[in-house]
Structure formats: C-alpha cells, structure tokens
Design a protein around this ligand. Structure first.
Ligand code: ATP
Ligand code: ZN
Length: 286
C-alpha cells in the first residue's frame, strides 16, 4: 500500500483557518466543510484529521497522526515525545502573568505568596522555579482571566495577544512567560516513505514562507537611472532588465519586501522610475 501522511489540525479554533489555508497554499486540495473528522487530499498523499488542539500532541506521539499543527505553548506545556519540525509564523501570542490593576507590582518577586490561576501549570512552574519565586499554582481549564475577580486566585497566567481581555477583566500584564506561534510537530520515528512526504510538504511550506510579505515589482526607467534603481531593488539574485520599444528606456523587474517597498518608493520616483506595478507572489523557491 502506498504511504500516506496523516496530519492533525485543530477542528475549530484560533489555529483552524490558518492551518487549512497553509495546506491549501501548498496546492494540496481537500474538502473541509467543518462537519467531517477526516478528509483525504485529492492530489497529495495526505489525510487530514480535525481534532481538539490539546489532543494533537498525544496523537502525534503515539503515531495515530504523523504530524500536527499546534501552538508552541501546547507543546511546551504537554511535553509529549514529538519533534518540532517547523515554525509556521501564524497564531502568534504570548503567555503572560496578569495581576489586578491596583496591585503594587515592582518586579517578579512581587509574585511571592500569590495564588496564580492558569491552564499552563508546567510552563508557569518552570518560570517561577527559575526565578526562585514561591507562589501557588491553581490549575483551571478555561476562563482563567475571571479567576481574580471571583476570588479564586490573586493573579493569572494566560494567553495574551492584544492584552484587551486582561484589561477588560481589570488586570494588567506584568510578565511575559512564553512566546508562542503555530508549529508543525512530527512523530519522532516516521518511516522513510512518510519522511519523504513530509520533506515535500516542508519544501512547499518554505516556498510559501519565502514569499510572505514579498511583492513582484515592475517599473520603467530611463537607462541612466538603472544603476541607482538596482541599488534600491536588489531582488532575489539581481533584477531583470528589458529594453522598452522607446529608445533610452528600460523595464526593470525585481522582488521587494512589502514593508521595504514603502521606504524605497520615494527614492525610486526621485531616481526617475515611472509606471510602477506591484504584484503579489505566491511562492519563492530559493
Ligand atoms: P480547542 O477547542 O481545540 O481545545 P482552545 O480553546 O484550546 O481550542 P484556541 O483558543 O482556539 O484553543 O487557541 C488555540 C491556540 O491558538 C492556542 O494554544 C494558542 O497557541 C493560539 N492562540 C490562542 N489565543 C490566541 C490569540 N488571541 N491570538 C493568536 N493566537 C492565539
Ligand atoms: Zn484546546
């Protein structure tokens, strides 16, 4: 039987949409209607399992799934026997400690003697141990941020992205305990056939990551400006230059990071560039 790579992704939650998007950007087609637990890709040897994110490390460790997409925070908390094979750059968040706004917080030693509510007891206990802080960890599975207001704890250690949930619960963020983003994990002993499929997947993912925030840029310029413009747009290797039908003018093609583009646009025009087109890039193979 031909080998197939089983990938576990979150069924519904903050990782789901971007996980599906990433696999589809790898040109792997499958149906994801939200109701099924399993889907088979039409054009790649892959099966997709839709699971609760907390269950994914266990299933990858025991081989029920070969690879999985989860938050780094979940991997760090559960400490299952899995290999982190790639960082995926989405679902970025942090695990932070929050205390009531009125709390007179000086430094992490202010946490001594407090009762801290969290769903991440292992990560928190390492943080406290490293700083020799003696605090009580109160493990709860959800709605951690309301624990202080109902008298369940003095502080929280919870996932934060903008910080607005902490603020709306009368808390202030005082320490960052862990930085997280989505990661791809794998079973530590995949067969060589499965490893080959995984390598193909990783190659596709890297071409998508290379293209992130990168644009294709085309412009026209008088020949005497070309040298200056090439300095501004070095591209992957070097820009392509093609003569225009109009004598003394050329068309220049290159790639540019989106944020750098806004920095160089003024300089490009000052150098004589005209008719600037900026197009999206899907994939870059280096
Ligand atoms: P499930 O029902 O699958 O157990 P969940 O409620 O445990 O879902 P989500 O809230 O969907 O989990 O979060 C999944 C992961 O997304 C987290 O483990 C974390 O890595 C990341 N995450 C959580 N909150 C945010 C946020 N506000 N912004 C970005 N990423 C986040
Ligand atoms: Zn979960």
């Amino acid at each position: 039987m031909k080998s197939i790579l089983r990938i576990a992704i979150q069924k519904s939650g903050r990782l789901s949409e971007d996980s599906i998007k990433l696999i589809k950007e790898c040109s792997i087609d499958f149906s994801s209607n939200g109701a099924t637990l399993k889907s088979t890709a039409y054009n790649f040897p892959m099966e997709i399992l839709f699971l609760r994110d907390d269950d994914i490390p266990g299933y990858v460790a025991d081989g029920t799934a070969d690879v999985g997409i989860i938050g780094e925070n979940v991997a760090a908390e559960q400490r299952k026997n899995v290999t982190i094979v790639d960082k995926l750059g989405f679902s970025k968040c942090r695990l932070s400690i929050g205390v009531p706004r009125a709390f007179d917080y000086k430094d992490c030693q202010s946490l001594n003697g407090l009762k801290i509510a969290t769903s991440y007891p292992n990560i928190l206990s390492d943080f406290l141990f490293d700083r020799q802080i003696k605090a009580t960890i109160h493990e709860i599975s959800g709605s951690v941020e309301i624990a202080p207001s109902i008298g369940l704890a003095d502080a929280v250690c919870d996932i934060v992205s903008s910080g607005s949930t902490l603020i709306s619960n009368g808390l202030k963020e005082v320490e960052t305990v862990f930085h997280s983003e989505a990661i791809l994990i794998a079973h530590p002993n995949l067969s060589s056939e499965k490893k080959e499929i995984l390598n193909d997947l990783l190659f596709r993912i890297s071409s998508i990551k290379n293209a992130k925030n990168t644009k294709y840029i085309l412009l026209n310029a008088p020949d005497e400006s070309l040298e200056k413009i090439i300095q501004l747009l070095p591209g992957v290797k070097s820009p392509t230059i093609m003569p225009l039908a109009q004598k003394g003018w050329s068309s220049l093609h290159s790639v540019v990071k989106e944020d750098e583009f806004w920095e160089v646009i003024g300089k490009l025009r000052d150098a004589g560039a005209e008719g600037i087109l900026v197009l999206p890039i899907e994939k870059i193979i280096k």
